[in-house]
Ligand binder design. Structure first.
Ligand code: ADP
Ligand code: MG
Length: 557
């Protein structure tokens, strides 16, 4: 085919597809516009995962009747006017692409009123064309209603996930903006159900309370650092409060919600040595920088940014959080729960590294011999004797292996042993977790959980899988919802979920066990298919053969 310039219609479709990836992208663009318009109240409504309807109303400045049509032209914006402005963007929007893009992929109604126009104006667009325009009354502000998203984009529509999944993306997005703007009153109604409401009183902790629940809101620690290139403020979790993934890290740079591996790393760096493997902090971090220090024009959906001085920002954030953690560690030594006493062994791997002479016998994946428990070491390892030497068994890894095998066996036989709780446990879910819960009700029931709504994003747990009876149920549910939220596209997600349930359900290192309990642990471990490694592939035990012992003690040459 010869080279030719694409028709404007094709160009606009391509561009729209970049800006509007899924229903939550529409919500994002509309919320950003409301915030740029100085709104103090933003109401979001969505139906059918946002495909049927998305409606965003605000009390911002509105659009003058004379500019209403222009607002739907590509690259029409009131926020920047020349190339110099592009270097110092203070607003969330600036590309002038959102409204035209949305109008290209959906039917749009807009009703708007400014302070100076005598009456408001209404406009209806279909496939990007104005179908109707008239004067209509409205208090000052703007309402945009988007219907039948992607109706003429069957490919995009096909790639959308279930209604509940799209709802959970929308819930997440609105939650993030509510965290970024505590002074703005947000509400979110999903399929006629109130999912989130904030007061707009400016208190970040209150927003955290609304989204993550009261326990977390009370325990989060204040971060505040005013010097340095980047000013850093917000809330971060004490090391005793952690999550199994990075979904609870929120970063706002000059009030723009961004996904930034750099900022995630800086935050996690501050927790180095304080969290167990696979645990991540919860943090809501605001970073404020001179606008020239930032390039926000690197992504069509404005989800990414570039810092001019990455290293400085990194260390500002790390130091700010480290400072917070250090202050609380002094105030309450218990805040750092995972530190090991000096005589405790770090992990089997450490032993191998330090003392290569104690080369560990290559463990064949054989059945375990009969073992006799001699005692517990550092409340973490079972010392046992077998026909051919000494065994050190990591109680956590061993229990993990046992639980993992049993969980999968029960799932595959569809015979999950359930234990009712005499006293139901109440949990508070975030808006996004609630959507995941609704999307996963069937699985949760199959896995042995009975969870009932208790109003206001509170839920009652009435029954749990018997295998999890000794675990921290609230933690298990949160881990489970995290895993279910990210299971899409994972082929082996059941194994993954079983893995994290086993990990969180297993006895911890540091827990004292009686000889009978250890004997029982070993007995159960013997019955697993791979007793010598945990589901993550780490060893459950170290074996020192009689031969090795004799050699080490110089009994033989
Ligand atoms: P951008 O936000 O990049 O300027 P948009 O396509 O999102 O581009 O919006 C175009 C213009 O429409 C904005 O520059 C603004 O002037 C106006 N506008 C959009 N939404 C609102 C709103 N909720 N309140 C007031 N003005 C708005
Ligand atoms: Mg915009």
């Amino acid at each position: 085919m010869p080279i030719k310039v694409l028709e404007p219609e094709v160009v606009s479709k391509i561009a729209a597809g970049e800006v509007i990836e899924r229903p939550a992208s529409v919500v994002k663009e509309l919320i950003e516009n409301s915030l740029d318009a100085g709104a103090t109240q933003i109401a979001v409504e969505s139906q059918g995962g946002g495909v049927e309807l998305i409606k965003v109303s605000d009390n911002g400045v509105g659009i003058p009747a004379s500019e209403l049509e222009l607002a739907f032209h590509r690259y029409a914006t009131s926020k920047i006017s020349n190339i110099t402005d592009l270097g110092s963007i203070g607003s969330l929007g600036f590309r002038g692409e959102a409204l035209p893009s949305i109008a290209t992929v959906a039917e749009v109604e807009i009703l708007t009123q400014t302070a100076s126009d005598s009456i408001g104006s209404y406009m209806y667009l279909r496939k990007g064309d104005v179908v109707r325009k008239e004067s209509r009354a409205r208090p000052q502000g703007n309402t945009i209603t988007v219907r039948r998203l992607f109706r003429y984009f069957p490919v995009r529509l096909k790639f959308l996930k279930s209604v509940n999944t799209e709802n959970s993306h929308i819930a997440h997005l609105v939650s993030e903006y509510a965290l970024a703007f505590p002074e703005v009153k947000f509400s979110l109604v999903l399929d006629k159900r109130l999912s989130l409401r904030t007061t707009g009183n400016g208190d970040l902790r209150e927003v955290v309370n609304e989204i993550y629940g009261s326990e977390l809101a009370q325990r989060m620690l204040k971060v505040e650092q005013k010097d340095g290139l980047a000013k850093v403020s917000g809330l971060t979790s004490p090391p005793s409060l952690a999550r199994s993934n990075r979904n609870y890290l929120s970063f706002f740079v000059n009030r723009r919600w961004v996904r930034s591996p750099l900022l995630s790393r800086a935050t996690e760096e501050a927790y180095r040595g304080l969290l167990m493997d696979g645990q991540h902090p919860i943090a809501v971090i605001n970073i404020s920088l001179p606008v020239q220090e930032l390039d926000v024009n690197v992504h069509p959906a404005k989800a990414q940014i570039k810092f001019c001085h990455e290293q400085a920002v990194f260390s500002n954030v790390q130091k700010a959080i480290e400072g917070t953690l250090a202050r609380t560690a002094i105030a309450s030594p218990k805040a750092v729960p995972f530190s090991l006493s000096p005589w405790q062994w770090q992990s089997p791997r450490m032993i191998m590294d330090i003392e290569p002479a104690f080369a560990v016998a290559q463990l064949p994946t054989l059945e375990l011999p009969v073992l006799r428990v001699l005692g517990q070491l550092a409340n973490t390892y079972t010392i046992a004797e077998g026909p051919n030497g000494l065994y050190l068994i990591d109680q956590h890894a061993a229990h993990e292996r046992i639980l993992y095998d049993r969980i999968l066996a029960q799932w595959s036989q569809k015979e999950v042993e359930v234990q009712g709780l005499l006293q139901p446990i109440t949990i508070e879910l975030s808006p996004r977790e609630e959507e995941t819960l609704k999307a996963s009700e069937e699985f949760l029931a199959e896995f042995g959980f009975t969870i009932e709504p208790f109003g206001n994003r509170s839920y009652l747990i009435r029954a749990i899988p018997a295998l999890m009876a000794k675990a921290n149920i609230i933690e298990i549910i949160s881990v489970l919802l995290d895993s279910l939220a990210s299971k899409e596209g994972l082929s082996s997600w059941e194994e993954k979920i079983a893995q994290s349930l086993a990990c969180h359900g297993a006895i911890r290192a540091g827990q004292q066990l009686s000889n009978e309990e250890m004997q029982e642990l070993i007995k159960q471990l013997e019955q697993t298919k791979q007793p010598r490694s945990c589901p993550h592939g780490r060893p459950t035990m170290i074996h020192l053969s009689s031969h090795q012992l004799e050699k080490e003690f110089g009994r033989i040459g």
